[in-house]
Design a protein around this ligand. Structure first.
Ligand SMILES: [Zn+2]
Length: 69
């Protein structure tokens, strides 16, 4: 059974923006534009802050130091 790697679901050669799925712009890797880069940055910051605050508070109240994941 001859496999045909080129008939893959989606070409893995071209990296795509993880924000919108457009082809990555070499000027803003791994994003397609500065806008998407900023979007990701904001997501990361917001998520980080939210998770850190929540997790810390909940964790501290529930279990002192038993981080499994
Ligand atoms: Zn994008």
């Amino acid at each position: 059974m001859p496999g045909k790697p080129e008939k893959a679901d989606r070409p893995t050669k071209t990296p795509v923006c993880s924000i919108c799925g457009k082809p990555v712009d070499p000027a803003f890797p791994p994003f397609c534009s500065k806008r998407c880069a900023n979007v990701d940055l904001h997501r990361w910051l917001n998520g980080s802050y939210a998770i850190a605050g929540e997790s810390l508070d909940e964790d501290s109240a529930s279990r002192p130091d038993d981080a499994e994941d």
